[in-house]
Design a protein around this ligand. Structure first.
Ligand SMILES: [Zn+2]
Length: 274
């Protein structure tokens, strides 16, 4: 059964906050420089994905100078360019980009990015802020998914109020043809909300990144009722061991069909993998 990891961060950032450096040390016992030395090239990342049993990975740009750091869409797109297995997602910070719409259009049409990642709790906006609507309109027009961080974060400076999944109700209603991926399922206060929204709205998906996989049947007792909505992601390199999470999922008491949808099929559909 092939695997898509829909939520992978870059080893190299143009700049890291002190909070992000501390986080890497705590999670991996490595400095950013050490992580870059091990995984700073596409070849090294692909070798690690092979070891981990991941066939295709979505690599995320991140323009979050307050909380984590900066790695731009140009860098991520260039990193992915030589491999069909690495899929770049753009990052546009609606508060700091001089022309967010122009930047997103360029990231997709010129650089080849195949999705947009927004970080409301790091970039300080509500997902239903009218300021962000032009970006949603571009995603819909270009036929790419938008992924938004929801729920909590450990990085100093994050503002969790922006992570409430309920704000995505407006977005789903106003953009019924836009594919919305809810990263982290509103952890840990809003699992019920995230689930209810994904059930209600045809265009909302749930990315289980960062949730302990063995807890998924407890957090979501009706997980299998929404089998076509789940997306697997790892949050690597902050979460070092992807393989273990995949193995845990394969051992959960769900049907093979549900597991296959979570680990591969749903993501493959959103990413239009052949
Ligand atoms: Zn992440």
């Amino acid at each position: 059964m092939p695997v898509v990891d829909f939520h992978v961060h870059m080893a190299y950032y143009h700049s890291y906050t002190a909070g992000y450096v501390e986080f890497l040390m705590r999670q991996r016992g490595e400095t950013p420089e050490e992580v870059v030395a091990r995984y700073g090239t596409p070849e090294k990342v692909l070798a690690f994905l092979d070891e981990s049993g991941v066939d295709v990975a979505v690599l995320l740009a991140e323009m979050s100078p307050i909380t984590t750091g900066i790695i731009d869409s140009d860098y991520v797109a260039a990193f992915c360019r030589g491999s069909r297995r690495l899929i770049p997602f753009a990052s546009v910070n609606p508060r700091t980009a001089p022309d967010p719409v122009k930047e997103l259009r360029r990231a997709v049409t010129v650089l080849g990015c195949r999705g947009l990642k927004l970080y409301p709790t790091y970039q300080m906006f509500y997902p239903n802020d009218p300021m962000v609507y032009p970006l949603y309109a571009v995603c819909r027009e270009l036929g790419i998914p938008v992924m938004l961080h929801t729920g909590s974060s450990v990085f100093p400076g994050s503002r969790l109020k922006y992570g409430d999944p309920l704000f995505l109700d407006d977005v789903a209603v106003d953009f019924p043809d836009l594919t919305i991926v809810m990263a982290h399922c509103g952890r840990p206060f809003w699992y019920d909300r995230a689930f209810a929204l994904a059930r209600l709205h045809r265009n909302i998906y749930l990315d289980v990144t960062g949730l302990p996989p063995q807890k998924l049947p407890i957090y979501f007792p009706e997980f299998e009722r929404l089998a076509e909505k789940w997306i697997f992601g790892s949050d690597w390199p902050g979460v070092p061991d992807i393989q273990k999470n995949i193995a845990t999922i394969r051992g959960l008491p769900w049907s093979e069909d549900t597991k296959q949808k979570l680990l591969y099929e749903n993501a493959a559909r959103l990413l239009r993998l052949a």
